[in-house]
Ligand binder design. Structure first.
Ligand SMILES: *Cc1c(COP(=O)(O)O)cnc(C)c1O
Length: 494
């Protein structure tokens, strides 16, 4: 009798496969241990891009050879968010523990859509912990998803079902003759508008409420908008407040918004993509007061939580609404009280996906190995670094701050003539230098250098490097621009 299938994809020489596997693991440990010696980011040359344009070959390749291509042509040319100098957008840094856990998850190859298995018990345990963190009731439900974009979409769909009853899933919005409207602030993430679009309600039905000087939603304006819409016969069904806006890190006034949502009987959702986990830091948690009153919270473990991509979460106060929105009967998904088909409801009853990877495992490992207190300290430390950066900016006459620093995001610019053009060039020069990598944003027409400090590896020396390089590039770019302008003038006079 054959012990292995002729067609198996498992190695026939396990000892040498094992050796190669250990080598690959060591290479990743080396990479993580020596991050600081590498540039944050470097662009691909045309030759390096060409590697990815080769046609598909029928010939198998050696694992070692494919891994060598990874080491030479992929690893050095990623975005760089593992690096301490990375400050662009809001990207988490990942951890070696998360990496190992993801390897275990891939080896187990669990499909966590349903059925009776320990990985689902683990997800349920995480849900219990998360309910505790946000003081949510026992009746709450939740689901791991790719990220907050998906979690925001799920929350819009659940709020829609809660507002219009389950039959809307069958009949469709067009046949209801009702016009739903939603509200968020002008500083909200684009995924809220996208959720309205994908849900078939339309992004025009999303009111972008004005913000105050601190980039927080103006609750007066929100109240007026809801009243005006009700008067016009529309149906307000969803308010999305933000904890940690993507531009500047502002926190909307949650308690006041929760009061209004309660009064007007509108679903309150909190987009806490990166900011919600501030609940882990005792010095920051009080600023999130009111979040415990939300009907749903969307957040990511892959940002401030440092879990490797991807790991987002949707938490819903009343689990019935989540089931009502997504559970569907199908014979091949029928449930039993015993055997593999036990354990209903399953995760696939709580969201649009059936097959799901075991992203909860790397989250569980991260929380267990580091402990929630340490993760809270890491989060708080990035805010302390942001305050340090703010002070350095205030002490540098050539620099100016462009927004309040509420959490870990600092928006500033180099003072000069033609600041939008020069600061855009400074951001590119910083990224191309490999020293630090901030990104840019536009605040009231002013282009800002935006440093989002998310990575647990970032230190004061990286902030100092950002300041020094910004000043140096600012001066070079400004001088070059002036010189070329005076050349142009001379040429046109000649
Ligand atoms: C990052 C972010 C999102 C999107 O989350 P993804 O995980 O990238 O899908 C949504 N809202 C806010 C405020 C964010 O910062």
């Amino acid at each position: 009798m054959l012990k292995t299938s002729e067609n198996t994809l498992d190695p026939d020489d396990w000892p040498s496969f094992r050796q190669q596997g250990h080598q690959m693991l060591d290479d990743m440990f080396d990479y993580l241990e020596q991050l600081r010696e590498q540039p944050v980011w470097q662009g691909l040359s045309p030759a390096q891009r060409e590697i990815f344009q080769q046609p598909l070959s029928n010939e198998p390749s050696d694992l070692a050879e494919v891994h060598e291509t990874f080491m030479k042509s992929i690893l050095p040319y990623a975005v760089g968010n593992t690096h301490p100098g990375f400050m662009g957008w809001v990207h988490g840094g990942g951890t070696p523990v998360g990496m190992l856990a993801d390897m275990l998850a891939a080896g187990l190859n669990a499909n966590v859509g349903g059925r009776d298995q320990a990985p689902i018990e683990l997800e349920k345990q995480l849900l219990q912990w998360i309910k505790g963190l946000f003081s949510f009731p026992e009746t709450a439900s939740g689901l791991f998803v790719t990220g907050t974009s998906m979690a925001n979409l799920i929350s819009v769909l659940i709020a829609r079902t809660a507002c219009l009853k389950k039959s809307i899933r069958k009949e469709g919005l067009v046949n209801s003759g009702l016009q739903l409207v939603a509200y968020t602030s002008a500083s909200a993430h684009i995924s809220i508008a996208q959720a309205m679009d994908i849900a078939g309600i339309g992004s025009d039905a999303l009111r972008m409420i004005a913000t105050n000087d601190n980039y927080q939603m103006d609750v007066e304006a929100l109240a007026l908008a809801i009243r005006a819409d009700k008067k016009a016969g529309l149906i307000p069904f969803f308010i999305a407040a933000t904890v940690g806006t993507v531009d500047v890190g502002a926190i909307d006034p949650l308690s006041a918004i929760a009061d209004l949502a309660q009064l007007e009987k509108v679903w309150l959702h909190v987009d806490g993509a990166y900011g919600a986990l501030a609940i882990l830091a005792p010095d920051l948690a009080p600023r999130l007061q009111g979040i415990e009153r939300a009907d749903s919270i969307a957040f990511d473990f892959h940002k401030w939580g440092q879990v490797p991509y991807d790991a987002g979460f949707i938490l819903v106060r009343n689990g019935e609404h989540q089931l009502d929105t997504f559970a569907t009967p199908a014979a091949y998904l029928s449930r039993a009280s015993k055997g593999l088909s036990a354990g209903s409801p399953w995760p696939c009853d709580l969201g649009p996906e059936l097959s799901r990877g075991f992203r909860a495992l790397k989250t569980w490992f991260t929380i267990k190995v580091y402990g929630p207190e340490k993760l809270g300290q890491v989060i708080f430390a990035t805010c302390v670094l942001a305050q340090y950066l703010k002070q350095r900016i205030e002490l540098s006459p050539q620099l100016e701050l462009l927004a309040p620093v509420e959490l870990n995001i600092v928006c500033f610019r180099y003072r000069c003539e033609n600041p939008n053009r020069i600061n855009a060039d400074i951001v590119i020069a910083l990224q191309e230098s490999g020293i630090v990598a901030p990104s840019s944003t536009t605040l009231q027409g002013q282009l800002a250098i935006r440093a989002a400090i998310v990575n647990h590896r970032t230190t004061i020396s990286d902030i100092d490097a950002l300041i020094a390089a910004t000043l140096a590039f600012g001066e070079i770019i400004e001088t070059t621009l002036k010189l070329s302008a005076s050349h142009l003038k001379r040429d046109s006079l000649a």
